[in-house]
Ligand binder design. Sequence first.
Ligand SMILES: CCCCCCCC/C=C\CCCCCCCC(=O)N[C@@H](Cc1ccccc1)C(=O)O
Ligand SMILES: [Zn+2]
Ligand SMILES: [Zn+2]
Length: 480
Amino acid sequence: RPPLPPPCARNESEGYIGADASWVRLKKAIQYKTVSLAPHDYDKQELGDFVRYLKQAFPGVFRSPHVRHDIINKYSLLISVHGKNATLKPYMLLSHMDVVPVVQSEWKWDGFGAKESADGQRVYGRGAVDNKGQLMAVLEAINFMLSKGDQPVRSFFIGFGHDEEVGGEDGALQIAKELRRRGYNQLEFILDEGLMLIEGLMPGLKFPIAGIGVSEKGSLSLNISVRSEGGHSSLPPSQSSIGILSAAISRLEANPHPFIFDDLTANFVERISLDLPFPLNVVCSNIWLFKPLIRIALSKGLTKSMVHTTTAITMIHGGVKSNVIPPSAWAIVNHRIHPSQTIKQIIDRDIAVINDHRVKVEAVNGFSFEAHPISPHNPKYDWPFQVLEKSVRQIHPTAVPLPMTLIANTDTRHYLNFTKHVFRHNPVTLHAKEVSMIHGRDEYISRSGFESAINFFYHLILNVDSNVNSNVPHKHSTEL
Ligand SMILES: CCCCCCCC/C=C\CCCCCCCC(=O)N[C@@H](Cc1ccccc1)C(=O)O
Ligand SMILES: [Zn+2]
Ligand SMILES: [Zn+2]
């Protein structure tokens, strides 16, 4: 393991941010029902109220002479933080204001109630992790810095889109256009939501893996449909449109896309071998010999999505009445495409697997895009990656920061032309068993996790401004 940086200061006078006020502000933020349902279909009233709330909750940011803010396309926010040295290329921190809906009957708590656990150490609510915790942590960090009378050296933008959960066309895409309109075509790096710090990712792994998304899978939603002769249910065909569609779905699920072992996965396996107990450490440090065993281990649990293009049947519809033969049936197949595959390859293979000319396969407009390029991530040479890695390790000394592919998607695809240094990381710790709360039920963030996230962004801003290339130990307790 590389040497640990000195641990972070742990009290507020030394720069550790963990004030009650931040926790109260987060709880309020979670109560806004900023739900997105479909492209261009989101709760405009709640989004407007949420933006007004942010402005009122952070006067130190929004009224600072070093900050300019613009509302983009009615609800998104572009915040420009002016650094002391205007000649340096700015960087950008992204996050999003909208959330996916809550199926309230599935939840123990009100999905927008911001219910606190009895010990006060957790708050429950949609968006706690995805992505209001991150959004509020960014604002808290810059608020803390400005409230001390400090000003960053390098300028940066903060972009909060309002429709990430439905594609980002009205939010992130418009923010990107506005940046270009102002003449900003190049950014030093971009950091958006993404992989978290995951505990218990594999049996025997003692330390959390801090995934830093250096690429992002592609996405492909296919509408598979069948049309057939309708009629009276007393005169059924041997296979109805629903039956034909179901058989196609079964074939897709029974034939997953192939296992792919790329360089990022090899690096992941080699790196975790240092922290695994015997005999797993021997297995993982000898990929050439144990690849079949490693393949079995990675093809389970959360890591399965790292090594395959995934297939998820997410919607199905067919039939109109119990005594009517269904004239049509359709389903949506959502794929997240491994970076070494393309949309065309996935469609071709699906058609071959379905192997039934009665099933029509069509890509859904707007929800299909190729995987992202891999951002430079050499810890010796690529300073944006160094800054991220260093900031993670300062806040979580035992965590293992690792360059990985994000298995889901973010707003970053609207910003890919600004820089090749694009990263996706949400600095909050989750146990592998808790990951299902993202877009699932009883989403929560812990108070310590939120405080760590604030500290992560604060340190990130400081690290960007320090000479990271020389890898000097950080000295916040004396700087502050
Ligand atoms: C560190 C170990 C890594 C291995 C396991 C990873 C476990 C990670 C757990 C969850 C995934 C994190 C997702 C983070 C960002 C997701 C944001 C999101 O929900 N985006 C939408 C965007 C979208 C895409 C396509 C159409 C509409 C919206 C999504 O991906 O669905
Ligand atoms: Zn999100
Ligand atoms: Zn999401």
